[in-house]
Unconditional design. Sequence first.
Length: 141
Amino acid sequence: MEILPLAPPIADALDCYLADRAVRAGVEPDRLHGPLFLTEPSGAHPGGKRLDRWAIAKLIRRIARAAGIASAARLTPHSLRHSFATLSLDAGAALRDVQDAMGHADPRTTRAYDRARYALDRHPATRLVSFVVAVRDDHDR
């Protein structure tokens, strides 16, 4: 089993979710059992089932509609996966780290998400020149 880091805001949100779920179930959070995420009652469906990909897709669209996102009807779990990869790379995460997080065997697959890969300031030659100039300037002082 692979152990992955959990960012503090995500851990806090998970704690709140589990606390709320425990209150509704009438038990302490450490007494909850079953799947981590469950469906909510909706229409004729009683809820309480394991959250599957269809329920996740509906949840994403419902949240997107509530947020006023115009393309809400077209959003999918893969849309969020794509956004994760693209924004992680935009934020400066190493391609190798994003590749690992995405489970891509080939770095070229992950590279397709890198919107800034053709930016001149990211090219190794530009970075090397900037480094050499900075070292020269420090040496000249």
